[in-house]
Design a binder for this molecule. Sequence first.
Ligand SMILES: [Fe+2]
Ligand SMILES: [Fe+2]
Length: 369
Amino acid sequence: MSDALPRELPSAHPQGTSGVKAALTALYNWNYESEIDQLRTLYANALERQWIALRDLDWSLAIDRDAFSRTFSLAGIPIQETQFWQDLAPDMRWEVSRRSAAFMLSNFLHGEQGALMVAAQLVNAVPHMDGKFYAATQTLDEARHVEVFAAYIRKLDEVYPIAPGLKQLLDNVLAAEDWKKKAVGMQVVAEGLALYSFRDMRNQTKEPLLKKLLTYVSRDEARHTGYGVKYLSAVVPTLDASERAGLEDFAFESARLLIDSRVGNSIRQTVFKLWEAAGIDMAQAFGSIMKDRERIAQSMQRTGGRVGPIRGFVIPTLHAIGLFSERIRGHFDEMFEANVGRETARRTGEIPDLPEDLEAWVNEGYENV
Ligand SMILES: [Fe+2]
Ligand SMILES: [Fe+2]
C-alpha cells in the first residue's frame, strides 16, 4: 500500500478517502443521431483542443518566487501595491503569498476532483447522446486539471484540506438525483466561479508556469461553462414553473455556500488566519492597509473595477439561461447586502452581460500561448 502512495507529496497532504451517497438514474438513449447540434460542435472542439500536461508545460522550472510575491493579489485586491506589502521583508512576502496561494490552489485542486466525478456522473445521467459525448471529454479534461494543480501545489510544498462550503457544494451536487441540478450546481455555479477566478489569477500573476497552466485550464473551463449554458438554455424553456424555481434555489444555495460570509469559515476569514500563522500582526496590517484604501480603489478602477465571480459571471450566466427571476434576484440582493452593506451592494449591483464568445474572452491577450 505505501508503495502506491506518491512519495513526493508533502507530508501535510490530507490522507485517506471519504464518501457521499451519490444516487442517479443511468439513462440509455437509443437514438445515436445528433439532437443538439451546439453540443456536438462543443464535443468536436474538445477533441481538437486536448493537451498533455507533462508535454506542454515545463515542469523543470522552479517557481519564480520574486515574480510570484510581486504580483500576488488577494481575491482581486492588489495588495502588493500597498505600503504595508512593500514594507514586508522579501522572505515574509514570499511566505504570505505562498501560504495564501497554496490555500486557494488547494481548493481549486479539490474542486477539480469534484468536477471530475460530476462530469463522469453526467455521462450516465443526461438524456441526450450529444450531452453524453461532451461529458466524456469533460471527464478527461478534469482529470488533467487535477493532475496539473496537484503538480503545481507540490512545488509550493503545502496542501490544505478542502474548505467546508466547497465540500458541502460538491456533496450536494454529487447527491442530487436530477441531472439538471448537477448541471446548474457544477457547470454554472462552481465552474463559472472557477473560470472567472482562474482567468483573474492568470491575468494578475507574473509567475510564468502558473500563468501558462491557468491559461490552458481556463480554455477548458470556458468549454465546460459553455456546455452548461448551451444545454440548459435548450432545456429550461421546457420546464414548468415549479421545476424552474427548484433549479434557481439550487443555484442560489450553491453560490451561498461559496461566498456568504455568514456561513462562517469564509475564504477571506481563512486567508487572514493563514497570514497570522505566518507571523503578521493583523490589527497592524488592517490599520496600514486602510491608509492605502484610496490607492487600492484607484488601482482597481484603472483595471475596470471588480465585481467578483458571482456578480461578474455566475449571475449573468443564470440570467442568460433563464434562471434569474425577480424572486431569486431578491435572495442574491439580500445576501450581498448582509455581506458588504447596502451601499456597496447597490453601487456594484449592475449585472454585466455574459461574454458572447467565452473562449475569446479567456484568450484575450494570450492567443499565442
Ligand atoms: Fe476543471
Ligand atoms: Fe471544469
